[in-house]
Design a protein around this ligand. Sequence first.
Ligand code: MC0
Length: 136
Amino acid sequence: GLLKIDHVGIAVADLDEALRFYAENFGLHCVHQETNEEQGVREAMLAVGDGSGPRLQLLAPARPDSAIAKFIDRSGPGLQQLAYTVADVETAADALRARGLRLLYDTPKRGTAGSRINFVHPKDAGGVLVELVEPA
Ligand code: MC0
């Protein structure tokens, strides 16, 4: 099952500009940053409060044909995904598939900080792109 909310992902056009905006206006700071070539994103994780709860993930396109670039082209910047922590991403994905929901990948892909991830198609989850995250 789902253990907790892992992070909320927000699509941004420019990662450095967004990092400045969140620091100056909300006092939120980056605790991890990386480029995920496979996903075509530059991403940053921001801690909220004492950092024990869900994180805010800023997602900027690393290439024009990426999922984030396409999202921004269609919808503009904004909330793009809701991610849940799971103990085992394959078990969680199998349980959802068995209920008839479409998972985007047949086998998990690599996410932030060596996590293993999969996604439920937003059309099968009430218009929300749901990510499953098994932390490293
Ligand atoms: C598209 N749709 C969304 C959506 N993206 N609805 C809600 N939230 C989103 N993020 C809607 C469109 O408005 C459209 O609705 C319909 O879905 C289009 O479906 P499609 O043609 O099948 O798909 P695409 O080409 O628009 O792509 C959507 C899809 C794609 C979710 C399949 O974005 C994808 O593969 N996402 C997974 C990978 C990803 O997001 N990577 C970036 C984060 P209408 O009603 O107009 O038909 S990487 C990440 O998150 C990692 C680093 C991590 O956290 O560890």
